[in-house]
Design a protein around this ligand. Structure first.
Ligand SMILES: *Cc1c(COP(=O)(O)O)cnc(C)c1O
Length: 373
């Protein structure tokens, strides 16, 4: 089945008792044992380990990413941390220079102290990434397109190099979503999502996920770690996330179309120094993105020129684009990332990150026109 169809149907079933078509929320924290003290008929025991809404969302994400098994978490960071904490020190972690700031911070502050060497490289330059991978590399962490500079990474080439050295390849697929890019099909071992963003899609449910290419011992160790760390998502959040996924395909079509039109408008505007959007022919990673993605996504960032004050001025004059963090919801957002990223941020001071929503494109462009006038 095509991704658009899977998004609507994967993980869905008619309720055996009520014949309800829409999924229910099961809030029970505990499930009745069989008479002999073992698990009941559904194999469930305690909510922290497994529960019906988590199972449904995991089934859907496994199908959408073409994986063997998925694990959902309380947040994207919980998914990332549970994966990275399953690695055994000593060893090396290869990390992009432009990467979600929380991941950079966790690697630099926590993992470096535990005996990992963190190698930060420009993932726009594939040969530099390949040259950094060696026999000590445990994981190559990719994020493509990246947050917030929209750097595009060649997943297939990097996965090939990593596997030659026995390293794992994980790809943060949050910006692309499984509709536009499937890292596992390009050779990655794990696809990671902050489901908080496009998958849930309405800025109302925190969540994260890992989808594994193989249901192997490593995936099992991450599952056990999730249970022991308690980084599980609440049933209400997994229910909301799967509800969001049902309309992912049409939402992504609008996000992509609006972002492409806004990027083209901003690229030609004299007040904007540079537009980072993989769909633009001028983008350094355009050819790779065109090869490995089925659309260029709804995220872009702009360099305003004139530094921090110019950027903050534009953000404050925009009316339809709310100046707020996060992304991937139906509403348009804009943010001066440098102001919110912790010490050690590599984000330029004149950069605004833009999450292009699904409003009418005329209103979106009109808002930038007045803000830049
Ligand atoms: C938001 C985000 C994360 C972190 O996810 P949370 O759900 O906020 O924990 C990781 N990677 C990317 C690309 C993100 O945008």
């Amino acid at each position: 089945m095509k991704a658009q169809t899977l998004a609507v149907h994967a993980g869905a079933s008619i309720d055996a008792v009520s014949a309800a078509v829409a999924a229910s929320i099961t809030l029970s924290t505990t499930f009745e044992h069989a008479a002999d003290g073992t698990r009941g008929p559904a194999g469930l025991e305690y909510v922290r380990e497994d529960n019906p809404n988590q199972r449904q969302l995991e089934t859907a994400l496994t199908a959408l990413e073409g994986g063997a098994v998925a694990l959902v978490f309380s947040s994207g960071m919980a998914a990332t941390v549970n994966l990275l904490d399953t690695l055994d020190a000593p060893g090396e972690i290869v990390l992009p220079l432009d990467v979600y700031h929380g991941v950079r911070r966790y690697c630099r502050v926590v993992l470096a102290k535990r005996g990992f060497v963190i190698r930060e490289v420009d993932f726009a330059v594939t040969r530099d990434v390949v040259a950094t991978i060696n026999a000590l590399t445990q994981v190559v962490w990719c994020e493509t397109p990246s947050n917030p500079q929209l750097v595009v990474t060649d997943i297939a080439v990097i996965a090939e190099a990593a596997h030659r050295h026995g390293a794992l390849v994980a790809v943060d697929n949050t910006f692309a979503t499984p509709l536009l890019q499937n890292p596992l099909g390009l050779g990655a071992d794990v696809a990671m999502h902050s489901t908080t963003k496009y998958l849930a899609g309405h800025s109302d449910a925190l969540g994260g996920a890992l989808v594994f290419a193989r249901n192997d011992e490593f995936a099992e160790r991450v599952r056990q770690r999730r249970n022991l760390s308690g980084a599980i998502a609440a049933p209400f959040n997994t229910w909301l996330t799967l509800r969001g996924i049902r309309s992912l395909a049409p939402r992504m079509e609008f996000h992509c179309r609006n972002a492409a039109a806004l990027a083209a408008f901003l690229e030609n505007h004299p007040a904007i120094a540079k537009v980072n959007y993989p769909g633009l022919a001028s983008h350094a990673g355009h050819a790779i993105a065109a090869r490995q993605m089925r659309g260029f996504g709804g995220m872009l960032s702009v360099r305003c020129g004139g530094g921090r004050d110019a950027a903050l001025g534009i953000a404050s004059r925009l009316r339809l684009f709310t100046n707020a963090t996060s992304l991937g919801g139906v509403e348009s957002l804009v943010e001066h990332r440098r102001s919110v990223e912790s010490a050690g941020s590599t984000t330029p001071d004149d950069l605004l990150r833009v999450s292009v929503g699904i409003e009418h494109i005329d209103d979106l462009i009109g808002d930038w026109q007045q803000a830049l006038a």
